[in-house]
Ligand binder design. Structure first.
Ligand code: FA5
Length: 350
């Protein structure tokens, strides 16, 4: 009788020690298994041992083992509940005691590239598939690269359309991506086939189709035998891939000091389809201008020491924001930069 009582005391002490050492969920589970497992838990073995006792001893010892079982169960349950309470009180503390458990949970949103970046990637992928390389250039440019090398002499009136912010008399925020043409042709010899996406800046009052900071992507191809047919075919293929096969495109004669002949390209207005005379995107014309283009002026080739008798090329500059507006049928380009998350989240990657 004495021996069995001592044994129960010993089990109880071992349990207390094991429980005090259990610092996490896993070790608590191990204690639970060691003492309460229905197969070989210590309580189970004690109950087995009861069977070997004399009938007159069984009742008293049975009661002791039962008490131990209840003690162990309660202690383990208390430890589990304590953990939950601790977690809840941490939440309560963080919300300074004011927590309304009836409020809906907070949805977590994944970050995602800006719609203009996503659209730029789409454009890049189409040109990469046609064998173009991506080239980069500085946003702070010299007067030479932004203007002079592209046939805009100082004080030439054509500069007025590309007015910008000057940092010094010679340094300015580039007004287009065309200076990267010059930098690329200085660095490498034909054949050249590149696109150069990036930010550009202009003195401009924002309206639905104009921004003072926007994105362009420049394209340049220089090789032997390049003609206007290459320019037309390339841009038609690009626009039909970017939009849809039946998109209406028109080439309109235009002027740029660095290309000759030059053309601007319009696409049908995807916002009103030409049906709204008061459309703020196309002004009721049904067309929206998205890019300028032309054959590289022989003088520009000479400026970078490429022989215009041997080589010819074409170039274009597409407004990424303006084109994205048409692709997403957005009536105002300023939406892209208002940072209204309800707008931006419509374009997240699926
Ligand atoms: C140019 O910037 C020329 N560098 C394009 C070029 C490149 C011509 C190579 C020939 C050869 P333009 O100023 O038209 O051209 O601008 C080109 C495109 O940029 C426009 O068609 C339009 O899509 C976009 N764009 C122009 N101004 C703005 C503006 N303020 N806000 C948003 N997009 C604009």
């Amino acid at each position: 009788m004495k021996d069995f009582k001592a044994k129960i005391e010993e089990h109880k002490k071992r349990f207390e020690k094991a429980l005090s050492r259990a610092k996490d969920e896993k070790s608590l589970q191990e204690v639970r298994n060691a003492f309460m497992s229905r197969k070989r838990g210590e309580l189970k073995l004690l109950f087995e041992e009861l069977k070997t006792l004399k009938p007159e001893e069984k009742a008293a010892f049975g009661q002791m083992v039962n008490d131990l079982k209840i003690h162990i169960q309660e202690k383990i349950r208390a430890r589990g509940e304590l953990k939950v309470i601790k977690k809840e009180s941490a939440v309560l503390k963080a919300s300074s005691g004011k927590i309304d458990l009836t409020l809906p949970g907070q949805k977590e949103y994944w970050g995602s590239p800006h719609p203009i970046s996503l659209f730029q990637q789409e454009i890049e992928n189409i040109f990469i598939a046609m064998g173009y390389f991506i080239e980069d250039g500085p946003e702070i440019e010299t007067d030479y690269y932004n203007f002079e090398a592209l046939n805009f002499p100082p004080y030439h009136p054509a500069r007025d359309d590309w007015d910008t912010l000057y940092i010094t008399d010679d340094l300015l925020l580039r007004t287009h991506t065309s200076p990267v043409q010059i930098r690329a042709m200085e660095k490498r010899k034909p054949p050249i086939r590149i696109i150069t996406p990036g930010k550009v800046y202009r003195r401009e009052t924002p309206d639905p189709t104009h921004l003072p900071m926007f994105y362009q992507v420049e394209g340049l191809v220089v090789d032997e035998g390049i003609t206007f047919a290459h320019l037309k075919g390339t841009l038609e293929h690009f626009l039909k891939t970017l939009f849809y096969e039946k998109i209406k495109i028109r080439f309109r004669p235009s002027f740029f000091p660095f290309t000759e002949p030059s053309a601007e390209i319009d696409i049908e207005c995807t916002v009103c389809g030409g049906k709204n005379e008061e459309c703020r995107v196309c002004g009721g014309s049904g067309w929206i201008e998205i890019l300028g283009s032309g054959m590289v002026d022989p003088q520009v080739l000479k400026n970078v020491n490429i022989d215009p008798e041997k080589y010819s090329g074409f170039a274009f500059g597409l407004g990424i924001d303006r084109t994205a507006m048409s692709a997403f049928q957005i009536p105002d380009m300023r939406f892209f930069y208002e940072n209204d998350l309800r707008f931006i989240r419509q374009f997240t990657l699926k």
